[in-house]
Unconditional design. Structure first.
Length: 310
């Protein structure tokens, strides 16, 4: 009997091709929680990106489920406790989109320093405002990296190549390891106080929710620039919007939001905030990597083997 797999967010063809060799695959995106609950009982595995909320209700209705795969890094849209209770293996693909998210962060930082999205929109409206879009150089500026994991590391290497000074806060990384890539490990307070640009690369967990808030923004340099290409909620959007309005924060670049799509975010109406719709992992290469990784892990688990990234 062939396994049945439900793919409920868009997945690259390369991953679907692997699955189809062994399984009957249904791609059905945009399902509501009720619709998922009604159908999940027919499937042995569920594969998602960040669009599907895999709630405890969905998991409990998945009476045949053996595997939930996340084509990407963050598993915050999957109720891991509920899956563990039911003995369902949850695996992700944390390495496949590291470089895509890193390059997006660098693109955001450069766009922020030189006002590229705003200047482009202005010129397309027929304006020619050269002095309005005066930028700043990144060379010799201090970049504060919160979370020196996979993406934080790759960002640091590229920022070092641009001759930025890199400092980082990460309670789980040693000073020696940071020093190897030319990064000084500092306390969070020091990082806030010393950085010209701050970029966050942590998971969204209890300890990191609203880690950047009104209180911490008050301790930062005047004219600081903030970047969030990690997870919505690490920066308090309201506090950031207030910081931008007051002029304390010179600009922000935001790829991820507390609620997505971010219809209510106070950041959307601000000229000095540049935004992208959660595009960090959206490259052809990254999507192929994460899709093949979860597809291979799915087949392995369904056949009684291990998953690489549990
Ligand atoms: P990672 O696990 O390799 O690194 C995360 C780092 O954060 C680790 O080094 C960890 O020690 C550190 N950390 C944990 N708690 C911390 C705390 N309280 N303070 C400071 N540091 C702390 O993860 P990664 O692959 O580098 O991904 C980083 C983030 O980027 C994740 O939230 C991930 O979901 C997100 N992401 C977003 C996109 C996107 O599309 N925008 C794409 C890929 C990843
Ligand atoms: C991730 O955690 O991998 C990212 O948010 C990217 C995505 O979901 O596509």
């Amino acid at each position: 009997m062939r396994y049945r797999v439900l793919v409920s967010d868009p997945l690259a063809e390369e991953g679907l091709d692997i699955l189809k060799e062994f399984c009957d695959v249904d791609v059905n995106t945009g399902l509501t929680e009720d619709q998922l609950v009604a159908t999940i009982g027919d499937y042995d595995a569920l594969l998602v990106r960040s669009g599907t909320e895999v709630t405890a209700r969905v998991i409990d209705a998945g009476t045949r489920l053996k595997f939930i795969g996340r084509a990407g890094a963050g598993v915050d849209n999957i109720n891991i406790d509920a899956a563990t209770r039911r003995g369902i293996i949850v695996a992700n693909a944390p390495e496949g989109n590291t470089l895509a998210a890193t390059e997006h962060t660098m693109a955001m930082m450069l766009s922020l320093a030189r006002n590229i999205p705003q200047a482009s929109a202005s010129l397309k409206k027929g304006e020619w405002k050269r002095s309005k879009f005066m930028g700043v150089e990144l060379n010799d500026k201090t970049l504060g990296i919160v979370g020196l994991g996979r993406i934080g590391n790759e960002v640091a290497k590229r920022a070092r190549a641009m001759e930025m000074k890199c400092i980082a806060y990460d309670p789980f990384i040693s000073k020696e390891r940071a020093a190897k890539i030319g990064v000084e490990l500092v306390s969070l307070d020091d990082l806030f106080r010393r950085s010209d640009v701050i970029t966050v690369h942590t998971p969204l967990i209890k300890e990191t929710r609203h880690m950047i808030n009104a209180k911490s923004i008050a301790t930062m340099k005047d004219g600081v620039r903030l970047i969030n290409c990690a997870r919505g909620g690490i920066i308090d959007e309201k506090a950031l919007a207030d910081g931008i309005r007051s002029g304390k924060v010179a600009g922000a670049a935001v790829d991820v939001f507390e609620s997505e799509p971010p219809t209510e975010s106070p950041l959307l109406g601000l000229d000095r905030v540049i935004v992208t719709p959660h595009l960090g992992a959206s490259t052809v290469e990254a999507q192929k990597n994460v899709a093949t990784s979860v597809a291979n892990q799915c087949i392995s688990v369904l056949e009684g083997g291990p998953a690489k990234y549990v």
